[in-house]
Ligand binder design. Structure first.
Ligand SMILES: Cc1cc2nc3c(=O)[nH]c(=O)nc-3n(C[C@H](O)[C@H](O)[C@H](O)COP(=O)(O)OP(=O)(O)OC[C@H]3O[C@@H](n4cnc5c(N)ncnc54)[C@H](O)[C@@H]3O)c2cc1C
Length: 382
């Protein structure tokens, strides 16, 4: 019988995004060797922001970086829901949890820097510009051939390589992301003095959000329906985005429209979800974050789920129990919660699509109720 207090000693993490770095930090802090294989030669993270609700901050705190994320981001309260003219009719968000505010807005680049600095500090090994080529996934360990010709032997492989996960395909087969018919446009701005919290404006053809990122910056997101062919040529991005915003007389929106000039700063992408069926593990390979459950940003929670996965998985991998039993506990603690968020986001997305296409919503459709119920549920312990 294995008497070691740390039967799992050596973990490979494929993908160095929010989920991959977080689980690596948590494992390394627990005394488990954590190595990240990241396909990019150098990290390239775009400059718009990300919403971290209180449960995301709780997970960041578990790996020791919540305070730094708040110091370098912009904590704010509940999001004000407004008509296109700016009239507030409600609010949304995860309620504050202990010392964590309802939200922290932060630039993705800065969040990445915060995680990376912590990962380097605790000694996570980064292997950049490579990925796995083949995997021999046995009940007692994993042997990996990397694309640079090197090899490695690990107790566990955690794959956190995003919605189009290569490892998921190699080990579990093909799962195709589902385009939901919506797209999101994002643009960074100087923060106006009047932006005292996050705002969402509900138009007939789009939704607009204004999210603080630092004391002097914010980003805007605009959700639209782009139909079956959602690709948009670069030279049309600025004009099309501005055209959507003409539906919003609200001062906070009108005051920034003229700043939209650079197509390179328009981050536009069609929205997809992915729900990997249970189990998210096979032998010694386990899936985390968007690779298992990619959601659309209607509830601003995809990264929060990846962070929570990381905290739970790292906690479990410290236990002296059979790995399969640990992975089963991971499924019990993560599957329903993640699916709840993805499915509620899909419902909200489906209703948005109907509205933007001029169709009536189904009887009983209540956006506020779905948002409120789901976000409240995220305050439960993980
Ligand atoms: C438009 C939009 C807005 C969003 N807004 C929010 C928000 O406000 N709040 C929130 O909580 N969530 C938000 N999300 C979700 C959030 O971005 C994701 O859930 C989160 O980034 C998932 O993290 P991850 O680490 O699982 O995957 P990813 O962020 O996709 O990271 C994957 C990493 O793996 C690397 N990689 C890919 N393939 C390989 C490979 N074969 N080998 C090695 N490495 C590989 C990639 O380069 C990357 O570094 C949003 C998502 C979208 C699309």
């Amino acid at each position: 019988m294995n008497q070691s207090p740390r039967p799992i000693k050596n973990v490979l993490i494929v993908g160095g995004g929010i989920g991959g770095q977080s689980v690596a930090i948590a494992l390394k802090k627990a005394g488990i060797n954590a190595e990240i294989a990241e396909i990019q030669q150098a990290f390239s993270v775009y400059g718009v922001g990300i919403i971290q609700m209180a449960n995301a901050l709780r997970a960041l705190d578990a790996i020791g970086v919540a305070d730094e994320a708040m110091r370098r981001g912009s904590p704010y309260g509940m999001v004000k829901l407004c008509t296109p003219t700016g009239f507030p009719f409600g609010e949304t968000g995860v309620p504050p949890m202990g010392r964590f505010p309802s939200h922290n807005g932060i630039s993705r680049r800065i969040l990445h820097e915060v995680l990376y600095a912590e990962a380097v500090k605790v000694g996570v090994r980064f292997r950049m510009g490579l990925t796995v080529d083949t995997i021999d996934n046995r009940p007692d360990g994993v042997d990996v051939h990397f694309t640079d010709g090197s090899t490695g032997r690990y107790d566990v492989l955690i794959t956190a390589d995003g919605i189009n996960s290569k490892v998921r395909k190699l080990v579990f087969g093909e799962y195709t992301p589902n385009y939901v018919g919506l797209s999101v446009w994002r643009y960074p701005f100087k923060r106006p003095a009047a932006l005292d919290t996050g705002y969402m404006f509900f138009g007939k053809k789009s939704r607009v959000g204004l999210i603080p990122m630092t004391a002097d910056s914010m980003y805007m997101f605009v959700v639209t329906a782009e139909g079956e062919k959602p690709q948009i040529p670069d030279d049309m991005l600025v004009d099309k985005l501005k055209a959507y915003l003409s539906e919003y007389p609200a001062n906070l929106v009108q005051d920034v429209i003229d700043q939209i000039t650079d197509p390179k700063l328009v981050n536009y992408r069609p929205l997809e979800t992915l729900k990997m069926p249970s189990p998210w593990y096979k032998n010694r390979v386990v899936v985390l974050g968007d690779a298992a459950h990619a959601t659309i940003p209607q509830l601003g929670s995809g990264a929060a789920l990846a962070l929570e996965d990381a905290v739970v998985l790292a906690e479990l991998l410290q236990k002296d129990e059979p790995v399969e039993a640990l992975f089963e506990q991971y499924m019990k603690r993560r599957l329903d919660r993640c699916m709840m968020v993805v499915e509620a986001s899909e419902t909200l997305g489906k209703w948005e699509l109907m509205e933007f296409n001029g169709q009536p919503l189904p009887e009983g459709a209540h956006v506020g109720a779905v948002m409120g119920k789901t976000l409240m549920a995220l305050t439960a312990p993980i």
